[in-house]
Write a new protein. Sequence first.
Length: 136
Amino acid sequence: MDYEKLLKRAVKSIPKNVFEHSRFTIPSVTIYQEGKSTIVTNFKEISDKLRRKPQYIIKYLLGELATRGHFKVKQGSAAFIGRFQKDTLNNLLIKFTEKFIRCANCRRPDTHILKEGRFTYLICEACGSKRSIPAP
């Protein structure tokens, strides 16, 4: 095969999202206070946008906030015991995104989590990078 044919074949095998450069934005949390609890009403929307299971995100947030809480499946909301500000939750989502969503090499959010034996990896669909992350 000549070089041109090999090059065309290689370009066809690259995922289409590598060539798209849309801006990735993290949805802002919508909260309200109910007694001593903080309710995030758009938690399902946030988890869908970040392409992670709600249980994975809430586990991270509960650990960082050092509190208890749960995900309400029917309502698509999350409840945290304690009164937390919107900015605090938004900043924690940014930290979560940097640690568990964005690729360390190309900074793209096109990643997925793969568990191999005892180890958990973050695999980039854009550049093919693979790095180990803490288990969910």
